[in-house]
Ligand binder design. Structure first.
Ligand code: NAD
Ligand code: HSE
Ligand code: NA
Length: 436
């Protein structure tokens, strides 16, 4: 069979890794795909840098559209990122009848509904394994491996940069800014690292997983997101004293009231496997009604791990290139005309347990005031510790609550902050047991 021709858009961290893996494992990849896969063209801003990576025999150009529309290209691989030129290029490729492989979670979470509809119309596939949890085959697991299940919830460490920062801060006491610079140097961070540390990137990935798990459209605009930039070393330490690790988790859960879609720092019992996923590693737990709790672990970012997923998608697309479009695995696991219309829950309606840290003036009766307010909002306390404060005559009360709807916690916090004996604002973190 004639070789399948690939055109690469972007030869940076992931694009470079993709060219390397395609070349290094060409023989085995061809045995799997049933035909040779040839990198034919590449577009990049820096032409010399791209040429040095892709080598001779690959036509390197500056204009991505020349690749996306070239008649000899069968599969267009978009590894530029963002929703500007990348979106135009992906749509141009689809309109030219090309299959597309992309690692661009932002593009899919924000414009996936439009892109998949266009691909459907044109009879081409858009594959995106690398967009979620890098090298971990979580898209394949959700779309194919777990297709028998009613999926109840997903919880994942899905931003390598944040997990790397939290780990280095805890293990080495490193400063936030230093670790972030190191994550950028290692090629883990997004072009704008705010997306990593403020939770956008994780929310993009979570949006994609929720769509696959429940058969709903992408609804990134309804996701709740809170990153790690305001997390203090003190709360990380107190959480550890109480037997918990703090991780930036993406959580989606199907409830009777609606679908939870939220990213925030989360206390997890330290004995859970996922609480011990460190550095740039990612892990995703998926709870299905038949299979129970499952977990997928591996490198969530970096050149070769992400390229592993990109190349696997190229192999998949090569195999299906000759198949009847009617019989392909649907983009979002469910048939496009059978998507459900489930509402996303506002965070105030989400039920969770909470870690609260309150700064108080250390005098008799303060604790009673706190517990009275919590009780009045129907919040029961699971654990409570009192700590000395750096400021004389002040103390810190750290307490863990049982599960309660968030609006009640917010109402209690407003009353607590209004007390004369309370100084500053209350720190609130969410906790998840994740015990399947
Ligand atoms: N780095 C990772 O670990 C990782 C992991 C998973 C997914 N991703 C995603 O993969 C994509 C690429 O990320 P990256 O880290 O490789 O980025 P990068 O910045 O290293 O590479 C992007 C490349 O695109 C090229 N480029 C930019 N504009 C272009 C244009 N108009 N025409 C042609 N080329 C252009 C640049 O020259 C650069 O080489 C992003 O969507 C990112 O979110 C990255
Ligand atoms: N910036 C992302 C890359 C992988 O998607 C991360 O740190 O997880
Ligand atoms: Na993946």
């Amino acid at each position: 069979m004639k070789p399948i021709n690939v055109g690469l858009l972007g030869v940076g961290t992931v694009g470079g890794g993709t060219a390397t893996v395609l070349k290094r494992n060409a023989a085995e990849i061809s045995r799997r795909a049933g035909r040779d896969i040839v990198l034919k063209m590449a577009a990049n801003l820096d032409l010399d840098a791209a040429r040095a990576i892709v080598g001779d025999g690959v036509d390197v150009v500056a204009d991505g559209f020349a690749v996306a529309r070239h008649p000899d290209i069968d599969i267009v691989v978009e590894l530029i990122g963002g929703t500007g030129i990348a979106k135009e290029l992906v749509l141009a490729a689809i309109d030219s009848g090309k299959h597309v492989v992309t690692a661009n979670k932002k593009l899919l979470a924000e414009h996936g509904n439009e892109i998949f509809a266009r691909a459907q119309e044109k009879g081409v596939t858009v594959a995106f394994e690398a967009a979620v949890a890098g090298g971990i085959p979580i898209i394949k697991a959700l779309r194919e491996g777990l297709s028998a299940n009613h999926i109840e919830w997903i919880a994942g460490i899905i931003n390598g940069t944040s997990n790397f920062i939290l780990t280095e801060m805890r293990d080495k006491g490193s400063a936030f800014a230093d670790v972030l610079a190191e994550a950028q140097r290692l090629g883990y961070a997004e072009a704008d690292p705010t997306f990593d540390i403020e939770g956008h990137d994780a929310a993009h990935k979570l949006t994609i997983m929720a769509a696959l798990a429940y058969g709903i459209p992408m609804q990134f605009d309804k996701a709740y997101l809170e990153g790690i930039s305001k997390l203090t070393a003190r709360d990380i330490r107190y959480a550890e004293e109480l037997g918990y690790r703090i991780k930036l988790l993406g959580i989606t859960r199907r409830t009777d009231k609606g679908v939870e879609l939220r990213v925030h720092p989360t206390l997890i019992p330290e004995k859970r496997l996922i609480a011990n996923v460190d550095g740039v590693m990612n892990a995703v737990m998926v709870k299905g009604d038949a299979v129970g709790a499952t977990m997928y672990y591996g490198a969530g970012a970096g050149s070769l791990p992400t390229a592993s997923a990109v190349v696997a998608d190229i192999v998949d697309v090569t195999r299906l290139a000759t198949a009847d479009p009617e019989h392909r695995v649907p983009h979002l696991a469910f048939q496009p005309d059978r998507l459900a219309d489930l509402a996303i829950l506002p965070i105030s309606e989400v039920e969770s347990s909470y870690y609260l840290r309150v700064n108080v003036i250390d005098r008799a009766g303060v604790l009673a005031e706190l517990t009275r307010i919590l009780a009045s909002e129907g919040i029961s306390i699971e654990a409570l510790i009192q700590k000395g404060s750096e400021r004389e005559a002040e103390a810190e009360i750290v307490l863990l609550t049982h599960r309660v709807v968030e609006k009640h916690v917010n109402a209690a916090i407003a009353q607590i902050e209004a007390l004369d004996s309370v100084t500053g604002s209350v720190t609130k973190l969410r906790m998840e047991a994740l015990n399947g």
